[in-house]
Design a protein around this ligand. Sequence first.
Ligand SMILES: CC(C)(COP(=O)(O)OP(=O)(O)OC[C@H]1O[C@@H](n2cnc3c(N)ncnc32)[C@H](O)[C@@H]1OP(=O)(O)O)[C@@H](O)C(=O)NCCC(=O)NCCS
Length: 174
Amino acid sequence: MTVIAKAKRFTIRTYRKSDAPSLAKNINNKTINAALGNEVPYPYSLNDARSFIEKTMKEARRKKPDNLSFVIDIDGEVAGAVGFGSIAGHKAELGYWLAEKHWGRGITPEAVKLITRFGFNELGFHRVYARVFPFNKSSMLVLEKAGYSKEGYLRKEYMKNGKLMDSYIYAKVR
Ligand SMILES: CC(C)(COP(=O)(O)OP(=O)(O)OC[C@H]1O[C@@H](n2cnc3c(N)ncnc32)[C@H](O)[C@@H]1OP(=O)(O)O)[C@@H](O)C(=O)NCCC(=O)NCCS
């Protein structure tokens, strides 16, 4: 387990096998599931958590990983996650979620700032972007608070649960 960044209220760190129960408990939420761009199981079982963690730990060991996911740790629990997907040289896509019990306290904007800084300084990115469904005002606020700029509107960008969905795209560059 590696610590990526420490804040007053949380730590950003890599996953460990014992994270499965708190990951399964906290991500198993209809609102979170509907907001995520990739297809995440719902309901989310302990086995889903175990296989996600195994896959994530394996991916992180690769020389050139396609994605890197990190835990937002509060009191030893997976309170949420931040990470990069579609890693392609100088750029990557940001993703995140936070357990509902922690919403509204500015934890995600702070975590997004820290992980973006890590992406720029340690992973060598020059562009980090995020795609957000139009209904997800909270997430757009998170990105604005973390210094991201809205770049555009992508029509029929996603096929989610058999439905075509538009999205906004935000980015931060350095
Ligand atoms: C979007 C999300 C990460 C926000 O995290 P957070 O740490 O609560 O962020 P903030 O504290 O800055 O709150 C952001 C906004 O959420 C809204 N919000 C706050 N508390 C809330 C609550 N209890 N319920 C619903 N919305 C709430 C507010 O509009 C808030 O903005 P404001 O503080 O300027 O009023 C979190 O709601 C989440 O995990 N949502 C589902 C997953 C998701 O959307 N991921 C991103 C996909 S692009």
